[in-house]
Design a binder for this molecule. Structure first.
Ligand code: COA
Length: 454
């Protein structure tokens, strides 16, 4: 049957002996595929996404995540659709203090917009055309009365009518649908025990659903470029505790971004460890965020952010403090301060709350296309949590950028850790000539070499 033929990647195979970029890239995704399988992600996006020509691409990416075994809850907004329907009736949504007042006319439009959005998303997730990424895929979609809401009520004399707030999420029903392999779809609508319908903010629904499900990630696909700094660069991390200050400093942020930041910070306080804000307008940003080391958007987290970066000279005292005990124990060869000063840009460090908690350096031997990995250290209190692994991956990326094919390390006590990370025992003769001449026979370190892929 033709529709069961999956699309095949178009990249031609690499020439014999050459690294295959596609294969290499695919393999590097493996840890993320394993890490995400069986996890629950809540993904929220505005009604703008539904109106955009790029909606099929977004849905394809969502289908891919579902195919990789991720349990997905999609929460959508409907603001442009509601406003358009109101405009067609010569009315408009009223906002007071940034909150919408949903009167009877607006509520009618909310229901219509939510119904139409559901049909649209269900149609795209049901597609199975042979020449599309959805070939042979058919994804069950579940929606329903998962959200119990209450009226926002009268605030400072203003009656917000059918505008509501989330009161409760029917966690069990949602879980059951996800267990059955469905993608759960949640509109910005809630129902009260009195049978009324309420217009909710999609960010609020997403926050509540994520907390109720104890989701592994809450992802907001925001309009525009997302949260940027004064230079226009995307801010990679925000602490939940900083969000209120940030919103006060930046009162002119777009409304969807403000809502996502606020709901994201609340979700962190409610126990969600990772909240991502990603620009919806960048094609594939969702995949990049989830399957690459550095991601593409802003992470809101409850914990202090750790930055893995190239060292600067003001890091020298921190690096020395980290290395000193290891030098005293004989695990590392002592390095004089002057040596650190001249070689500081060869170091990568992890900084957490102003403290250097890991470091490593790469010294290149261009003639042999080899690089020596040195001063590899993770602070004792922060070991066994994958930091060494991440540091090594960064050093390998730096080595590749510098044209290094093989990295080596001289070690006395950490051979097994390197072996478990793809290094193989080698001889002193395998080292670059300049290094062989400096080899300290008294220390008798073992030589380990790793060939870098791609
Ligand atoms: C080696 C080191 C960088 C690893 O850092 P880390 O952040 O703990 O690394 P990870 O979390 O990625 O890996 C931890 C795993 O490696 C293992 N491991 C740590 N040191 C090891 C060693 N010397 N030999 C074998 N395995 C080791 C841990 O037991 C843990 O195993 P587990 O996952 O099965 O529990 C860190 O232990 C360190 O700083 N050691 C002292 C300095 C050093 O030896 N540097 C290398 C000099 S050549």
């Amino acid at each position: 049957m033709q529709h069961e033929q999956p699309l095949t990647p178009r990249e031609p195979p690499a020439a014999a002996g050459q690294p295959d970029a596609f294969v290499d890239w695919f393999r590097r995704c493996t840890p993320y595929v394993h890490a995400h399988r069986g996890r629950t992600f809540v993904i929220a996006f505005g009604g703008e996404a539904l109106a955009d020509a790029s909606l099929p691409e977004l849905v394809h990416d969502i289908a891919l995540l579902h195919g990789l075994g991720i349990r997905l809850v999609l929460v959508h907004g409907a603001r442009p659709q509601i406003e358009q329907r109101l405009a067609e009736r010569g009315a408009e949504m009223r906002y007071v203090n940034g909150l919408r007042v949903t009167d009877n006319a607006a509520l009618g439009c909310v229901k219509e917009a939510a119904g139409s959005a559901r049909v649209e998303i269900e149609a795209l997730l049901s597609m199975g055309l042979a020449n599309s990424p959805m070939a042979g895929v058919r994804i069950p979609v579940a929606s329903g009365n998962f959200v119990t809401a209450r009226p926002l009520g009268v605030l400072e004399g203003i009656d917000y009518q059918h505008t509501g707030a989330v009161r409760r999420i029917d966690r069990q029903s949602l879980r059951r649908r996800l267990d059955d392999g469905a993608v759960a779809l949640m509109p910005p609508i809630g129902y009260s025990p009195t049978g009324e319908v309420f217009n909710l903010s999609a960010a609020d629904v997403a926050r509540a659903a994520a907390i109720a499900l104890n989701a592994d990630k809450l992802i907001f696909l925001v309009e525009g470029t997302g949260l940027t700094d004064a230079e226009g660069a995307v801010v990679s991390n925000v602490l939940a505790a900083e969000v209120d200050n940030l919103l006060q400093r930046e009162p002119k942020l777009p409304e969807d971004l403000t809502q996502a930041l606020r709901a994201g910070a609340q979700a962190c306080r409610g126990g969600i460890r990772r909240v991502h804000l990603i620009s919806r307008e960048t094609d594939g940003a969702l995949l990049r965020e989830l399957f690459t080391r550095d991601g593409a958007g802003t992470l809101i987290s409850g914990e202090p952010y750790e930055e893995l970066r190239t060292a600067r000279s003001d890091d020298i005292p921190g690096i020395r403090e980290l290395l000193r005990p290891l030098e005293q124990e004989g695990v590392l060869v002592p390095r004089p301060r002057e040596h650190l000063e001249t070689a500081i840009e060869r170091f990568q460090v992890t900084e957490r709350d102003g403290t250097i908690i890991s470091c490593a350096a790469l010294f290149c031997f261009p003639q042999e296309r080899m690089g020596e990995l040195a001063c590899v250290a993770v602070h004792r209190e922060y070991r066994d949590q994958g930091r060494g692994d991440r540091l090594l991956a960064r050093m390998e990326a730096v080595a590749r950028e510098r044209g290094v094919d093989r990295i080596f390390v001289l070690t006395t006590q950490t051979a097994h850790w390197f072996r478990e990370h793809g290094f193989e025992r080698a001889r002193i003769d395998d080292l670059p000539l300049a290094k062989q001449q400096l080899y300290n026979y008294q220390r008798n370190s073992q030589v380990y070499i790793k060939r870098l892929a791609g």
